[in-house]
Structures are given as C-alpha cells and as structure tokens.
Design a protein around this ligand. Structure first.
Ligand SMILES: [Zn+2]
Ligand SMILES: [Zn+2]
Length: 93
C-alpha cells in the first residue's frame, strides 16, 4: 500500500498506533492500521485477518471525519474464535 504524505496533513488529530502483534513493530496511522474490534488493539494489515473483512468506521459527526478508522479482526482473535467454534463442535456429550 503506497502512502503519500504530500505535505498536506488533513488534521492535527492523527492517531499513530503501533502494531500489537508480537515481533511486529510497524507503526502507522488510523488509515493504514486496522483496529481489532475484539481486543481493541491496532494491527498492521498483515496481522489482520483479511477473510473476515475490514470496514471503514466513521464517527457520527461529519465534523470528525478525520477520526474515521478501519476496523477488522486480528489474526489472533480470529484463531481464538475459530478454536472456540471447533471446541464447541468437538465437545463430548
Ligand atoms: Zn484482536
Ligand atoms: Zn503487524
């Protein structure tokens, strides 16, 4: 994903989260990072489960449009929910 910051930053209120995946030190902003809606942590696109999809979340007020961000589910939470589903399926009795 190419990012061009051609000198015009839209707003002073810029979130610069760091990827929470272990061993990953990618830092981005709310437009390049995705927030996991399960654990609330930020992840780079590589550590977000693409199959679950990613959606753009916009705050209700258009005045705060600079606060929109991407929401998805991280690979870890995805695996956890998958495991829970499997366990349910395989549970004896
Ligand atoms: Zn998560
Ligand atoms: Zn990452």
């Amino acid at each position: 994903m190419a990012i061009s910051l051609s000198g015009r930053l839209p707003a002073p209120l810029l979130i610069t989260p760091e990827c929470e995946a272990p061993g990953c030190s990618v830092t981005g902003d709310q437009y390049t990072m995705v927030r996991c809606h399960r654990c609330g942590a930020w992840f780079c696109p590589e550590h977000i489960d693409a199959e679950e999809g990613v959606m753009l979340v916009r705050p209700p007020s258009s005045a705060l449009s600079s606060l929109s961000y991407y929401r998805g589910i991280c690979a870890r939470c995805r695996q956890a929910s998958e495991r829970a589903r499997t366990r349910e399926h395989l549970s004896p009795g």
